[in-house]
Design a protein around this ligand. Sequence first.
Ligand SMILES: [Zn+2]
Length: 268
Amino acid sequence: MPAKPSSVVGTCGLCKTTDTPLCYSDLIPKAIPRWVRLSMEGDPNPNPVVITKSKAVQTNFRVAEYFLCPACEERLNIGGETWVLRNAYRGGDSFPMRDALAQAQLIFRLRDSGFLDVSTVPEFQLSKLVYFAAGIFWKAAARQWWSVDHDTQLGFGPYEDRFRRYLLGEDAFPERAALLINVSGNPKPLICAMFPYCGGRIAGTWQYRMALPGLVFWLHLGHLPVHLKAIDSVRNNAVFLVPNLDDVFVRDGGKLVTLTTPVASLLR
Ligand SMILES: [Zn+2]
């Protein structure tokens, strides 16, 4: 669906066009809270539970700001979001992205996860998945986002503008960035999301994390050690297939803004 401009006029965060109508841009696709609500059909309050550092509330809240012009919203949709939303787990029995990995070749195994080459799997459009994830991480770094009870913004330093140019098609994926993509092997993963947050200093880099239903992304920025380059999805045309990612939401869920169904263990 084409993005709707609002009556708010300003400068687009991505293409920097001035005096343009801005869209009410979501940090993560607004389809995802809808999938959470659908997964709770029949519940008297089908809104997602939004967990922040200080509280857990069941609300129909959108993390969104007047940020991008309609052309840039469309650019992000066509560049990745449309394909990802069509192939992600949305509830029910279908998880096309996971199923496509059955045809992928194993590069190596790391504990119980397989690092799979997707370059020969036409159904798996890795470039779209990378562009999509980069777009969300970049949005989280490019401005502040009001999230229920606090503002949040990732500190990308000089990488913010490098990612902006990559998203505009003016530059390649940043050299000093590694994106580790994990796909759940569980055919029916939890319908939850974790908004982008900083995971701290790891292997001499800054790590940023984000999770969507059946998908976990780790972005490393800085001087990359060899072992991180070896598991980077962009350099290797590969993703990790992990037997189950649901425990990520339980482990990391309380640290940041999370959208989830009301599972008692997540609210403790
Ligand atoms: Zn724009």
